[in-house]
Design a protein around this ligand. Structure first.
Ligand code: HEM
Ligand code: HEM
Length: 192
């Protein structure tokens, strides 16, 4: 057997500075597509950070708080102590329901503070929307909870009526702002 011919070297499989031409073009296209996919994923992130059970809990607690609060105002001022009568028997029951909704709402708000607010803050910069209503939502939630605390523990009789109306106004504004903030998700028929 004669001496074997020296093997022809094939080009190294990886070139750190790029092969130029078609391969570079393909790599660049791939990288662009990956960036676009990542950006699209990030834009959808807030939808993913609000789990279905969280959205349902927020809606259910908002409905319970609004209904029990509004019913209490109607009964209290039309039939009960606010109309100069004896307190109506429904008044304490409506406040018990309202209290149950309030505890659940605090849990739901805490669940949102854990992940959604941070993710929403980052994504809202890119989306160019929802940051204002997000800030309004956090502020109104804090003020509503503060007014509820004052109403429960520090309400002198002379101030109670006014404080109750202020609290109810803040609560109604909170519910309205929440619906506005989540309108795109609530109006879409997409599956979660
Ligand atoms: C500074 C605070 C916040 C920011 C920057 C923020 C940002 C965002 C953004 C960017 C979206 C996506 C909207 C879209 O796709 O149109 C969103 C959706 C949403 N946010 Fe917020 N958010 C904040 C606070 C909150 C709070 C405190 C709550 C509730 C207590 C909340 C509840 C929701 C809900 C329910 C959605 C709809 C998404 C879904 O249901 O999947 N957000 N938010
Ligand atoms: C995060 C949301 C809310 C929390 C934590 C909360 C909590 C409370 C608490 C602790 C009380 C005092 C209960 C008592 O004295 O026995 C109260 C009273 C009341 N709340 Fe709310 N509430 C919220 C939202 C709302 C909303 C959305 C409304 C809308 C109508 C509302 C209307 C009222 C009314 C009318 C009262 C009775 C006021 C009075 O005694 O003069 N609340 N709430």
């Amino acid at each position: 057997m004669g001496p074997s011919k020296p093997l022809k070297h094939s080009p190294p499989p990886h070139r750190p500075h790029g092969a130029g031409g078609v391969i570079d073009l393909a790599l660049a296209k791939h990288a662009t597509a990956r960036h676009a996919a990542a950006a699209a994923g990030a834009a959808r992130a807030p939808t993913l950070t609000v789990a279905r059970w969280q959205r349902l809990l927020l809606l259910a607690t908002a409905a319970l708080l609004l209904a029990s609060g509004a019913a209490w105002l109607a009964v209290h001022y039309l039939l009960g102590a606010g109309a100069g009568e004896l307190p109506h028997p429904a008044e304490p029951w409506l406040m018990r329901l309202h209290g149950a909704g309030a505890f659940a709402a605090l849990f739901a708000g805490g669940a949102m503070a854990g992940a959604h607010v941070q993710a929403g803050w980052r994504v809202s910069a890119r989306l160019g929307r929802q940051r204002g209503s997000g800030i309004a939502l956090v502020s109104l939630l804090s003020l509503t909870v503060l007014s509820a605390y004052l109403l429960y523990y520090f309400a002198p009789e002379a101030w109670r009526g006014l404080m109750g109306w202020i609290h109810a106004g803040l609560g109604a504004a909170l519910a309205g702002t929440g619906l506005w903030h989540a309108r795109r998700r609530l109006l879409s028929w997409r599956k979660p």
